[in-house]
Design a protein around this ligand. Structure first.
Ligand code: NAP
Length: 496
């Protein structure tokens, strides 16, 4: 009999990767639970159409929707958290979310819930970790009614994971680093592939009753993690620990040089102050077939995935995730919101005989390491201004240089809508006195690509901003469209 498995959080960092593995298992029927179907890859939606998997839209704050999602499910993965919630009260949200999910799972007769939380002792836990612990406690509060296997992982090393992106950016940009004391804190990092191996095995594991499983590779300090990452990247780096660097200062340091926003940097730094080591040997006892790879190997794999453009998920994939927040723009109604903008820069570029697919590929290759095709220094200045004013800046880059999906970050933009070979709508996430979108629409029937910068100003300041930027926009937007068309015509060009 095939097992019916539900993966929640399948638009998040871990869930996106887990589903990629589980959908290829012939002994499992997979159902994905998402809040918005449009945020999944087109290939996954195609699999649903072909009946290879099910997708259910549900929200843990809407218990009725959970009834549908959990119907006939044997094993449910709980990979949800609200760390990035806008109102900041992630603790109570996480609590309610876990309670609703547990109660709905019990009512639906789910046999096993598999949860991935954070590693570390309760006594020294950061507020983020405490909330992860509380979630595990809530999920496993009714041991007589439902079984919970609760994995606890510390720093996860994988392409696009927040911790790895931070280490990589710091190493890349700073030959000499003044570091706070916490670089000496001991932790047990783990490769994302090993995390996925544990989660996968837990579906079948012959375990009676609840179990907490701490997972991680050999202990090392954060300083050692940085040095070893530098080595894998072929770089020499000098770390100078100073006692005076407070967590607050360290957070500012991180947001300046890495892609993570302030709230996330602060939460991560708070977590780095105390040791995160394995507190039980259940991984060894119950999952002895999995041998976590050494840290260096995990870093090599992460870099390899990035170089081969195989990054499946990134830390900013979840819509809940603070700087990636795009709630109103993510919704189908929000996509149309750009139509309500009152100021526009509209340009048409003749596309001659270029195929729409080639032109679309050129549009989608914008940003990240490819840059913005012309006047990159102006985009970079805008990125620095954004960072200094508390925005996301350009550091976020892109998940893939060529392939985009709704919700993907593209520097300080976010993909709000994508129609293959036709339209790309980017919503601005930089600090602005208003809301902005950048749209590319291929109108093959008229032989043109229409490029529109939409702006919805906030009050007088918004209008002053728009009109004062007109001379710069005039140069940038004109060249942008021209270069997109030019790149599409460059046969075998570097970007396509
Ligand atoms: N990533 C790591 O490095 C790491 C390390 C150690 C442990 N963990 C643990 O692994 C688990 C998953 O983490 P992650 O990094 O994959 O998280 P993530 O990328 O932030 O994704 C969170 C997921 O939760 C979904 N979600 C949030 N609120 C929801 C709600 N009310 N109803 C339904 N879905 C909701 C999001 O959906 P939307 O797309 O709709 O927002 C998203 O798919 C967490 O428990 C975390 O503590 C992660």
């Amino acid at each position: 009999m095939k097992k019916n498995v539900l993966i929640t959080g399948s638009t998040g960092y871990v869930g996106r990767r887990l589903k990629q593995i589980l959908i290829n298992q012939h002994d499992l029927n997979i159902r994905l639970m998402v809040r918005d179907k449009n945020r999944l890859d087109a290939s996954i939606l195609a699999k649903e159409r072909q009946g290879e998997l099910q997708i259910v839209e549900a929200d843990t704050f809407e218990p009725k929707s959970l009834e549908v999602a959990l119907q006939n499910i044997d094993v449910a993965f709980y990979l949800i958290h609200s760390m990035g919630s806008k109102d900041g009260d992630f603790k109570s949200k996480d609590r309610i979310s876990a309670e609703n999910f547990r109660d709905a799972s019990i009512a639906a007769g789910v046999k096993r819930v598999i949860y991935l939380g954070g590693l570390g002792a309760k006594e020294s836990a950061s507020s983020h970790l405490l909330s992860r612990i509380e979630t595990g406690e809530i999920l496993s509060a009714h041991k007589d009614k439902i079984q919970t296997i609760w994995f606890r992982a510390g720093v996860v090393i994988g392409s696009g994971s927040a911790s790895f992106e931070i280490v990589r950016h710091l190493i890349h940009k700073l030959p000499i680093m003044i570091t706070p004391k916490w670089v000496n804190t001991i932790t047990q990092p783990i490769a994302i592939d090993d995390v996925l191996a544990y989660l996968h095995s837990a579906i079948y594991a012959d375990i009676k009753g609840d179990l907490i499983v701490d997972i991680g590779s050999a202990p090392m300090s954060f300083g050692q993690m940085m040095q070893q990452t530098a080595k894998v990247m072929g770089l020499e780096r000098i770390l100078i620990p100073v006692p005076l660097l407070t967590p607050k200062l360290s957070s500012y340091w991180l947001i300046l040089f890495t892609p993570v926003p302030l709230k996330m940097a602060a939460a991560l730094i708070e977590g780095l102050k105390s040791e995160t080591i394995l507190l039980n040997d259940n991984a060894q006892r119950y999952f002895s077939n999995i041998k976590p790879m050494p840290f260096n190997e995990a870093v090599k794999r992460a870099i390899d995935e990035m170089e081969h453009r195989e990054v499946i998920s990134r830390w900013c994939d979840s819509s809940e995730d603070k700087s990636c927040e795009l709630k109103e723009l993510d919704s189908p109604a929000g996509v149309g919101e750009s139509a309500g903008a009152v100021l526009r820069d509209i340009r048409k570029f003749s596309i001659g005989k270029i195929s729409k697919d080639r032109l679309f590929a050129s549009i989608c290759s914008l940003g990240g390491e490819n840059g913005w095709f012309a006047f990159n220094f102006l985009w970079e200045i805008r990125g620095v201004i954004d960072k200094l004013s508390g925005g996301v800046g350009l550091n976020r880059g892109k998940r893939s240089t060529t392939n985009l999906r709704v919700g993907d970050a593209v520097d300080f933009w976010k993909v709000a809508d994508i129609k293959d070979g036709k339209r790309l709508l980017l919503a601005a996430q930089m600090k602005l006195p208003g809301k902005a979108w950048l749209e590319f629409d291929i109108q093959s029937e008229f032989g043109v690509m229409v490029q529109i910068a939409h702006f919805h100003p906030r009050g007088l300041l918004g209008r002053v901003y728009w009109y004062s930027m007109l001379p710069v926009h005039n140069i940038i937007f004109k060249m942008l469209g021209q270069k997109i068309v030019e790149h599409a015509t460059t046969k075998g060009g570097p970007l396509l």
